[in-house]
Design a protein around this ligand. Structure first.
Ligand SMILES: [Zn+2]
Length: 164
């Protein structure tokens, strides 16, 4: 493809990004619907990637650069909205790798708290006589998960989605 050989300028890339985003009206996120790939092998997160100046670059990083100028050395472009595919410059901020890790740890903690709260709610519902089948349906969790919650078994991460 001839495209991949071209050295796109920032201005050209801006137009290509604008053509390939979908606005999410509630959050204001601009969701990238173009090419995706892992920025580095072995990384679990997948980001939108685009070719800039002959080099594959994360789209959110490029979007930040277009809006706010170059990203200083040692800094990363992080998502305030926690949506990896969002390229809205208003949702992006600079931070170090340590900031990124601290941010992820805090969000992970919040997610675990949510899971614990959900487990508490399920225990309360079962105790008040709601059938496990009904809870399973309402919360989208497998009945085996509810049994585990009731037997007090802890899960390290979030509740698994119900398998249909
Ligand atoms: Zn966003």
């Amino acid at each position: 493809v001839a495209d991949s050989r071209r050295r796109w300028t920032l201005e050209e890339v801006r137009g290509r990004i604008e053509e390939q985003v979908i606005p999410e009206p509630n959050s204001g996120c601009l969701l990238w619907c173009g090419g995706l790939r892992q920025p580095r092998p072995g990384r679990s997160l997948i980001y939108g990637m685009i070719r800039l100046r002959g080099k594959m670059t994360s789209v959110h990083r490029v979007a930040y650069e277009i809006a706010h100028g170059p990203v200083p050395d040692g800094q990363q472009v992080l998502h305030g909205c926690d949506v990896p595919l969002c390229v809205n410059p208003a949702h992006l901020f600079l931070g170090t790798n340590a900031d990124n890790i601290a941010d992820k740890v805090a969000k992970d903690r919040a997610r675990k708290r949510l899971t614990r709260d959900k487990a508490d709610t399920i225990r309360t519902l079962v105790a008040s006589g709601v059938s496990q089948h009904e809870i399973s349906r309402r919360y989208g969790v497998a009945q085996s998960t509810i049994s585990r919650i009731m037997s007090g078994e802890r899960r390290p991460a979030g509740l698994p989605a119900r398998q249909e």
